[in-house]
Ligand binder design. Structure first.
Ligand SMILES: CC(C)(COP(=O)(O)OP(=O)(O)OC[C@H]1O[C@@H](n2cnc3c(N)ncnc32)[C@H](O)[C@@H]1OP(=O)(O)O)[C@@H](O)C(=O)NCCC(=O)NCCSC(=O)CC(=O)O
Length: 464
């Protein structure tokens, strides 16, 4: 049988520069400093997203090459003009500099791989269980050396007569999920409107780059960076900008699939939790909380083992509106705070497990309403980072990537909305990925990558 790599042929690898007559061969060089929101993710695995698009049913065989690909390339170049740092690199400005920086010049470019696949488009973009590695040839790699690492890589893969897939790999030290979505939504917006160029981006997509809005009086930036560097202190390449190998392994036996929780399922879960709740105390039972708590109970049961064993449930929240003073909603970079608690597996395994998980998550989210979100950040954030980085066999980490709020299924480049979106990197991080349900009915999609035997148990539990 052909391996998944054999099914994908690279057609070309090109460099797409920000479209510009403004700076033909400018020698200008710009830098953005890393804030503590960035250094927190310093060696974290890049986030890899795939968007699968069917080709229009009535399109002719040359439609992709004559219409789709040229428009995607041109609009990418136009979009990068608004997002210059994405074409840049993370570098150390000098060998002994305390902090790395994002460096970009108008002559930088993003690597775009164009490929063609004989793989099964419908299978790869469906909700059946597949081998996790089958998606890997669709994911572009960031160019990385010890001294510099690219921030963005893009791959567009054609499945002839079926569809195409846009793969996007982004360095987590530079962007959070909201910023990635701002970029890709802008690309889709410009792609569908490129005849009208030059055009302004809508205000919610126009990026705000000024790092001055992130205040850091206690030096959290170096504190988190040094924590990462200490992890590799015995390595002569401690300051290597390659991502951590410890956070980047994929088991060959992983399978992945997507589970759906409908709006009705969510409501049932809400009723279940409320029936076990002291109604006098307010509780935050959003789709996010219920989907995360429910999935966590399935994952813990699938892992089995002692009820006393430790489970760490963690998630990131968007701090743009939660800081005092707040930062603009269109701040482009990282602005996430990590939250999490260590609990006992047994508490999630028993019949009140969903209610237990939901209460824990509700407490964390309600804590954000009180303000002072950075109080105690050094210790609280370090505890989450420690759990993520030092995850051992005995502690089960359950984290979340993506969000039901990102409206990923609204991403239309001009040929319809995606058939499927995936966060491939969850097979490195072990996170569950969340997205709003494709049909817009208020449900949620939950992407998982697990060992096959665990996936089978989760599939048997994920029933309503
Ligand atoms: C802390 C939270 C996770 C908690 O989420 P909740 O949904 O519980 O709570 P909430 O107060 O934000 O929302 C409560 C209700 O209002 C709705 N709501 C609020 N704001 C909304 C918005 N902007 N768009 C759409 N819906 C919105 C929610 O759907 C929910 O309704 P309902 O009850 O119907 O649900 C969230 O506030 C948050 O910060 N989300 C962003 C997380 C994030 O950025 N993750 C990406 C990490 S980076 C990453 O993972 C990598 C990557 O993605 O690239």
């Amino acid at each position: 049988m052909a391996s998944s790599d054999d099914l994908v042929r690279i057609v070309e690898v090109i460099e797409v520069a920000p479209s510009s007559n403004q700076f033909p061969t400018s020698a200008a060089e710009f830098t953005l400093p890393l804030t503590f929101f960035d250094t927190y993710w310093f060696k974290f695995s890049p986030v890899e997203r795939l968007f699968f698009y069917p080709l229009p049913a009535d399109s002719n065989p040359t439609f992709f090459n004559s219409e789709v690909l040229p428009k995607l390339k041109k609009s990418l170049s136009l979009t990068l003009l608004h997002f210059l740092p994405l074409a840049g690199n993370l570098i150390w400005p000098s060998p002994d500099a305390a902090k790395a920086v994002i460096r970009y010049t108008p002559n930088d470019a993003v690597s775009l791989t164009v490929a063609e696949s004989d793989g099964d488009f419908n299978g790869l973009s469906g909700n059946e269980i597949i081998n996790a590695i089958e998606l890997h040839p669709l994911v572009p790699q960031l160019k990385a050396s010890h001294d510099a690492v690219a921030i963005t890589a893009i791959q567009i893969t054609l499945f002839p007569n079926k569809g195409f897939c846009i793969g996007l790999t982004i360095h987590h030290t530079v962007l959070d999920g909201k910023s990635v979505m701002m970029f890709i939504k802008s690309w889709a917006y410009i792609c569908t409107n490129q005849e009208n160029y030059p055009l302004q981006l809508p205000s919610d997509l126009a990026p705000f780059f000024d790092r001055g809005v992130i205040k850091d009086p206690s030096g959290l930036d170096l504190f988190f960076l040094n924590q990462w560097l200490a992890l590799t202190a015995s390595d002569p390449k401690t300051r290597s900008l390659k991502v951590s190998q410890n956070l980047g392994r994929v088991s060959p036996n992983l399978v992945r699939t997507t589970f759906l929780l409908s709006h009705d399922n969510i409501n049932k879960l809400r009723e279940l939790v409320l029936s076990k709740w002291d109604k006098k105390k307010p509780i935050h039972l959003s789709t996010f909380v219920l989907a995360f708590a429910y999935t966590a109970t399935c994952l813990v049961k699938a892992r089995g083992g002692e009820s006393e064993r430790a489970v760490f449930m963690a998630f990131a929240s968007d701090y743009r509106t939660r800081l005092d003073p707040s930062v603009p909603e269109n701040y482009f970079g990282n602005c996430l705070g990590p939250h999490g608690q260590c609990v006992k597996a047994g508490d999630l395994m028993d019949e009140n497990g969903v209610a237990f998980g939901a209460h824990m998550l509700s407490d964390e989210i309600k804590g954000l309403e009180k303000g002072g979100v950075l109080d105690g950040a050094k210790n609280k954030w370090s505890a989450v980072l420690d759990a993520i980085v030092k995850e051992s066999g005995s502690m089960q980490m359950i984290t979340v990537a993506g969000s039901p709020r990102f409206h990923v299924y609204g991403l239309n480049f001009g040929w319809g909305k995606p058939k499927k979106v995936e966060i491939v990197s969850v097979d490195r991080t072990g996170a569950i990925s969340l997205a709003e349900s494709r049909d817009g009915s208020g449900g949620v999609e939950i992407g998982l990558a697990l060992e096959k035997h665990e996936m089978e148990i989760v599939a048997s539990l994920f029933k309503f």
